[in-house]
Structures are given as C-alpha cells and as structure tokens.
Design a binder for this molecule. Structure first.
Ligand code: DAH
Length: 338
C-alpha cells in the first residue's frame, strides 16, 4: 500500500500540466469525489494498525503535494488578453473610482434644490471692481461695514480686488437681465483672514436673488424653509433673527434646527438647538436702482450662504481646513455608490 502511495508521489512530482484542461483533469483525478486520494483515505481503514501512522502521514503528504501543484500552476494558464478577448462591456473595477469633492457635492445639491423652483445659475468674475463688490451694494467708500470683509486688493489699485462675496454677481445679473429674475450664483470668494478651523482666506458661497412684482418677506421665508427641508430633512425648522446687511432691508440671519440633538442642545449647536446657515433680506431699493431696476415697480429678496458651512453641518466636519488639504483619506469618505 505504502509503495503505491510513494509511486503516486513520484508521479505527482513529475507532472507538469500544459494546459488548464490538463491541470483540471489532474485535480479531478486526485482530489475529485471518486479520486485517488479519497480512495486512499477509504483504504486507510483496512490498513493494519501498526502501519496506520506511516500510511496516514504518506497520504496526507501526497494530498499536500497535489494541492501545491495545483496552486503553483493555476494562475499560469490565464488566457492572455488579446484585442479580441477584451470584453469592453465589462464593468470597471469600482473601487478604483475617484470621488467628487464634498464642496462640489453640496454645491450641486444646493443648485438642484433651487433649480426645482425655477432658479437658474449665473456666474461672475472672481477678480472684481469696487462698484460690483461694494458700491452698487450700498457700501460706499468709507462705509464701516467694508471692514467686515477683509479685502485682498490686486496690486496697489484699490479699485481691483478679489471678490469678498458672491453678492457681486447680483449686481451684474440685474444689470444684464430684466425682472422677473430668479438666479443662483455659486462661486469662490476671498477674504484676508487668518486660516483656522472656522475660517479660510478662500471659500465658497452661493448667492440667491429673486426679483419680481410684489415679492414679499413671506416669499423669502417660504423659499428658505423649502431649502432647509430639502437640504437637512423634512422635520427641519428655520428661525429668522433680525440682522444687518447694507444691501438688504430688512435683513435677517437664518438658523436651522439642529437635527443632531433635535433642538435639545448639544455641543454642535452650542446648546442653542439651532445652527446659523445664511444671511438674507429684501433687496434694498437703492441696490435695485443702482442696477437699473425700478424699485417702485419691483421688489425682491436675496440670500447668501457659505458652502463650506453647509457641508460642515451636513457631514459633521469640524475643521474647515480639511476641505482644502485634499487628503485622499478624507475625500474618499464622500464616495457615493453608483
Ligand atoms: N454677502 C453676505 C456675506 O458674504 C451674505 C449675504 C447676506 C448675501 C445677505 C445676501 C444677503 O444676498 O441678502 O456675508
């Protein structure tokens, strides 16, 4: 019996498969249900007990030998990919796909939400002049509110600057379009601020503008409530606090209910139950007139929000700098399933 096993060992050692088929036949011959090894294992019962130890070791050894042989050759027969054999309809390996940047995801989401109620996109330049960024928006030179927006000037010309907010696009849009106006202006803005977990010198905003006859503050509120529910969930509530912006009158800051603690108070909402998301108001008649729109006939509202801020709230990110570092370990968490 032992001799038979030894012969098989020699045979297995000599065996070199020339094709996948040969290797497969070899596997069936030895490891198949009715294969040689199963035969030997059944024969084991009849072996006299003093030989059992040697015989057992020998068949185990044979089995390992067969398995190793299969393992050694199994990758060797993969058919080479020729032009004809490549299946171009085969899906790609999804785990190697990149992901959209979270700021782009949120920007697109905001745009989609307002698209659904008729807002279309408009854009303006990042290098602006004083008129579009400040003066037309009711911020004449020496206006103290200019200090709130630490401005980067281009070279030494005080008239050319990097826009500090996307409200500049309002001015351009009103100059070029007649009411009714419903537009959304996403874009990058710049402020001369120290970089920290809560502030950056470059960030993103979305500006909204709605101008028509008889637009009221109630329309503004309803529009923002719709946005908050779409963005943060059906149960979201909004709260408007009186505020001041030179280009709107009256002005308000809008908070959404904190859905982390359901308004009970937590460290994200600093125990207030609410989180600030944007500034808004009724467009100041001066601004309408500056942009060639008859303020007796038309009224409207405007709002502006920081995309990073919305993304931080939505994703629970507590350091704004993460959005700019482009660390793939951070970015790949925003991979959406396709
Ligand atoms: N431009 C403001 C800012 O950068 C945001 C803002 C507030 C925009 C009120 C508006 C508005 O259109 O009505 O802080």
């Amino acid at each position: 019996m032992l001799e038979k096993v030894n012969k098989l060992v020699e045979k297995v050692n000599r065996f070199t498969p020339n094709s996948e088929e040969e290797l497969n036949n070899f596997r069936i011959e030895y490891l198949g249900k009715k294969g040689l090894l199963n035969g030997l294992f059944s024969a084991f019962k009849e072996v006299p007990s003093d030989q059992k130890k040697d015989f057992g070791a020998a068949i185990n050894n044979l089995k390992v030998l067969v398995q190793n042989k299969i393992e050694d050759y199994k990758d060797g027969f993969e058919t080479e990919e020729t032009e004809e054999s490549i299946d171009l309809s085969r899906p790609v390996a999804l785990d190697n796909l990149g992901s959209r940047h979270p700021i782009s995801i949120i920007r697109n989401e905001i745009v989609e939400i307002f698209n659904r109620i008729g807002f279309t996109i408009s854009e303006g330049p990042e290098i602006e002049d004083d008129w579009h960024n400040f003066s037309a928006l009711n911020l004449p030179k020496e206006h103290p509110a200019r200090d709130m927006q630490d401005t980067f000037f281009i070279q030494t010309n005080p008239d050319v600057l990097l826009r500090t907010h996307t409200s500049s696009v309002q001015v351009r849009y009103m100059n070029e379009n007649k009411p009714p106006i419903r537009t959304l202006s996403p874009g990058r803005v710049y402020r001369n601020e120290a970089v920290s977990a809560r502030a950056h010198c470059i960030f993103h905003q979305v500006e909204g503008l709605y101008i028509d006859e008889n637009v009221s503050f109630a329309d503004l509120k309803q529009c923002l409530l719709y946005f908050a529910k779409e963005m943060f969930g059906e149960k979201t509530k909004i709260r408007l606090r009186p505020s001041y912006f030179p280009f709107t009158e009256p002005s308000a800051e809008v908070d959404v209910s904190c859905n982390i603690c359901s308004e009970k108070g937590c460290n994200v909402c600093k125990n207030t139950g609410y989180l600030e998301i944007l500034g808004c108001g009724m467009v100041d008649p001066n601004v309408l007139e500056n942009c060639g729109i008859d303020s007796k006939k038309y009224s409207g509202f405007a709002f502006g929000m920081g995309i990073e801020r919305i993304a931080m709230l939505k994703y629970g990110v507590n350091d704004l700098r993460l959005f700019f570092e482009n660390d793939v370990r951070f970015l790949k968490q925003f991979k959406k399933s396709i």
